[in-house]
Design a protein around this ligand. Structure first.
Ligand code: AR6
Length: 231
């Protein structure tokens, strides 16, 4: 397994922010270290087969639109592998646009273990879900529902029975969830992105006009949801 330091090098985060989490209360990084932070996966780009170039353009465009409206809050794009194509595309495009790397960065790690394994505190995590808002199905959805325990399904049901594509829903996580106690996650935001996989419901049959519109709406809805928590 990768050492913590190796993982850090693969993110474009400033080193002081989390290479030494114990030092978080010392020095000028204090306000950012304790800043509300949303960790989110790249919506629709794995099981839903959405084009990575197009998705990376949209992520950077939406981050640029929201990052300065969120005060000191941070946005972090997460993926499992240091070889993640979507992370490197987004990193390069964000650098070109001079997006503040203290407020937006990429991070390699399991979104359900960012604090315990990566030392990165994220109070809110996003989930790339399915329209039924059901556990399982693989990918990040299965990982988050499993790590959060059955209480997440109950809390989700209390909010909604289904989700339409391009929409997000904020679910406060009960403190009895292991994700709350172990990782410090207080909210999960479920997001339903556009689907380009013929094996999954509501496939857009390669219609990227619709697909890009829905992916933009999905990120707007996600970041609006995060803003409503931060406020
Ligand atoms: N931590 C961080 N990132 C992850 C993790 C994890 N534990 N697991 C996956 N990723 P996907 P989609 C990354 O397929 O394309 C589900 O079955 C992954 O590498 O999870 O929106 C749902 O129920 C990729 O970059 O979501 C839906 O039916 C990103 O998360 C469907 O898949 C999204 O990959 C949604 O498909």
């Amino acid at each position: 397994t990768l050492s913590h330091a190796t993982k850090e090098k693969d993110s474009n985060q400033v080193l002081e922010s989390c290479e030494e989490p114990k030092m978080a209360s010392v020095g000028s990084s204090i306000s950012l270290e304790n800043a509300p932070t949303l960790a989110f996966p790249s919506i629709s780009t794995a099981d839903f087969h959405f084009n990575l170039e197009k998705a990376s353009d949209i992520i950077v465009e939406k981050v640029e639109e929201y990052v300065n409206k969120l005060g000191n809050a941070r946005l972090v794009l997460v993926d499992l592998s240091q070889h993640s194509k979507i992370l490197s595309l987004v990193r390069d495009k964000a650098a070109e646009k001079n997006i503040d790397s203290k407020k937006f960065f990429t991070f390699v790690g399991n979104i359900t273990k960012l604090y315990s394994e990566g030392g990165l505190h994220c109070n809110v995590i996003a989930n790339a879900t399915n329209w039924r808002l059901k556990p399982g199905g693989g990918g990040v959805n299965a990982a988050i529902f499993s790590a959060a325990g059955p209480i997440l399904e109950t809390a989700t049901k209390a909010k909604a029975g289904s989700l339409s594509s391009g929409k997000a829903i904020v679910v406060p996580l009960p403190s009895s969830s292991p994700l709350f106690s172990g990782e410090g996650v207080t909210h999960v935001i479920h997001v339903l992105g556009p689907n380009m996989n013929p094996q999954r419901p509501n496939c857009l049959d390669n219609d990227y006009i619709k697909g890009c519109k829905i992916l933009r709406e999905a990120y707007s809805s996600l970041f609006d949801g995060f803003a409503s928590i931060v406020r």
